[in-house]
Design a protein around this ligand. Structure first.
Ligand code: TPP
Length: 572
């Protein structure tokens, strides 16, 4: 454990204090829309931390989110008071995906509050719903304790966003000097700061249950990714011969070719995972809140199924599945405990054969879509090409809607050194999040995958990527429409105007921002474009024209189960 540096008990300005603490806690980038604490930003620059000015507060929050998920450090974003509500809106995905993001905003002052000062609005109630800790820093003397609490809250237990409202509409009072002897505790700059073990009797009970199960399945969630528990989980699954399904956020913990891999479970899913969960007699959930997306609204596994639930947060364990053996602790440490207690080998050949059959019928169903050449390319074909060309340590940042379904179904993990992160439902998240991811991992290729509507949300951030030399590869699955809308509008006469877009030349737009841009109409063109993109030093946009009427495979549902999202092919 590193000792924490003491901040000398001398006069220090709030700006310098803030900058030093962020630096000491491992922050390397701050994403924001000015004006916010300008002296702190200058000090950050002097200390080697990059302030990054974005073209919208929501995008700044998404960048901080992508940054945090890849670096496993706290992502920091900020806004002037007038941009506070925009910034709060951008925390929604971080909140839902349990990512630690610190939002800093300006706020009302004691002198001006209730007097209709220009642009003044108190955003604290707005942030309350989207944060775990939400506090006003009324005086610069409170900066040390509130900043420390914010980092502690963001990273420990269930990671989540936090917010500090700084005094003054752009935090001018931070220029005041104060005296402090406070230290920063570096462990709260990254997550998880603590790795608690599970109780020994809970580990024994879990092993006994798994040994006795005939058709067990592991469901790995984002907590496996953030705890870096993938390797231990694969070793445990192999020892116990248990097939592994994942949430979209944990997709990269097991390769698609691994014999125990079932693919993604739930709404954006592959049928083998859902079918296995439909038949499982015991499910080991790891690092997942067992939410609706991963469990297909608690249909898979069915609610009565016996489960073992391993999570860092006691409140989450057994929340949706009541027939539950709890394992409270850090995912990696507890799986290592399970591994120690596991029998030397289990034989589940009959269950594994069943799962292998699920896999082979799935792959024979999707293979023709992934390999067939059509006059207008299908998204499945595009995804297969991406899988084939993806560098072994690439980071894939996926958007929502049908893009998430194709990401789950047709982009294969070919190495566990890859990382897949995805929007938790907010359309447009992927482009800014990819820029944040690149800040966290400058040496890795970052590939952003989404539809054209998603790309249009934050297209101006291409300028940010170029200005700060953040080379990302944005692949637009461009069907020149909001594909899902066709299932709602049918033959309604207003349909064309409402779902089909003007055929915009994205390559011209992207080149205008200073990116490299390539339009692609065929598989061969895509392969050439992707190779060029890998060699490029500039951010690259690959505008791939795909079929407007192509829909993902329907989500596999238990026979007779209600479809919450009729018509069937709607993926929100
Ligand atoms: C902020 C937000 N608003 C609305 C939605 C609902 N929504 C989901 S996908 C989608 C359309 C996506 O279109 P596009 O990005 O072009 O991808 P396509 O489905 O055509 O592949 C919409 C509006 C959402 N997920 N997030």
């Amino acid at each position: 454990m590193t000792m924490n540096p003491a901040i000398a008990p001398v006069n220090i300005s709030g700006n310098v204090y803030l900058a030093r603490v962020l630096r000491d806690l491992g922050v390397t980038h701050v994403f924001y829309v000015p004006v916010l604490a300008p002296e702190a930003m200058k000090e950050l620059t002097r200390l080697g931390v990059q302030p990054m000015v974005t073209h919208g507060e929501k995008a700044a929050a998404y960048m901080a989110d992508g940054y945090a998920r890849v670096s496993r450090r706290v992502g920091v974003c900020g806004a002037q008071n007038i941009g506070g509500t925009n910034l709060a809106a951008g925390l929604r995905d971080a909140y839902l995906s349990r990512t630690p993001v610190l939002a800093l905003t300006g706020g009302p002052t004691a002198a001006t509050r209730y007097r209709q000062a220009y642009q003044e609005f108190d955003d604290l109630p707005v942030f309350a719903a989207l944060t775990k800790f939400n506090a006003r820093v009324d005086a610069v003397e409170r900066l040390p304790d509130l900043l420390a609490t914010a980092f502690r809250a963001a990273t420990s237990g269930m990671p989540r966003p936090v917010h500090l409202q700084l005094d003054g509409f752009y935090a001018a009072p931070l220029s005041h000097e104060f005296v402090t002897q406070k230290t920063v505790d570096r462990r709260f700059g990254s997550f998880p700061p603590f790795r608690p073990q599970a109780a020994a009797q809970d580990v024994d009970a879990a092993i006994a249950a798994l040994k006795g199960a005939e058709r067990p399945v592991i469901v790995a969630g984002g907590g496996v990714q953030s705890s870096q528990a993938g390797e231990a989980l694969r070793a445990f699954a192999e020892r116990m011969q248990i097939p592994v399904a994942t949430s979209l956020n944990a997709k990269s913990i097991i390769t698609g070719a691994h014999p125990l891999a079932l693919g993604c479970a739930g709404e954006y899913s592959q049928a083998p995972a859902n079918r296995a969960l439909g038949e499982a007699d015991l499910v080991l959930f790891v690092g997942t809140p067992t939410g609706g997306l991963t469990t297909l609204n608690w249909l898979l596994p069915p609610l009565h199924t016996r489960v073992i639930h391993l999570d860092i947060e006691a409140e989450t364990i057994g929340r949706n599945y009541l027939n539950c053996l709890p394992l409270l602790g850090d995912a990696r440490v507890v799986i290592e405990q399970l591994l120690v207690a596991a029998p030397s080998m289990c034989n589940r050949s009959s269950w594994l054969r069943t799962c292998a059959d699920f896999r082979s019928s799935w792959y024979s169903a999707v293979e023709p879509y992934e390999t067939g050449e059509q006059e207008v390319m299908r998204p499945e074909r595009l995804c297969r090409l991406i899988s084939d060309l993806l560098p072994q340590d690439a980071i894939v940042v996926g958007d929502t809607g049908h893009a998430a379904a194709w990401l789950a179904q047709n982009i294969a993990v070919t190495s566990t050194n890859q990382q897949f992160i995805r929007a938790d439902g907010s359309l447009g998240w992927s482009l800014p999040a990819a820029i944040g991811a690149k800040c966290a991992a400058p040496e890795r290729e970052v590939i952003c995958f989404g539809g054209d509507a998603s790309f249009l949300y934050h297209i101006a951030e291409l300028e940010t990527a170029v200005r700060y030399r953040k080379k990302i590869i944005a692949i637009i699955n461009n069907n020149v429409c909001m594909n899902q809308e066709q299932v709602f509008w049918g033959d309604n006469p207003a349909f064309e105007q409402n779902w089909r877009f003007r055929d915009t030349n994205f390559t011209q737009v992207a080149e205008g921002f200073g990116c490299r841009a390539i339009r692609v109409d065929s598989s061969d063109e895509f392969v050439a474009a992707f190779r060029l993109a890998l060699a490029s030093e500039l951010p690259v946009v690959i505008d791939v024209r795909t079929a407007a009427d192509a829909l993902p495979q329907n989500t596999w549902r238990p026979p007779g189960a209600p479809n919450d999202h009729a018509p069937d092919s709607y993926c929100p």
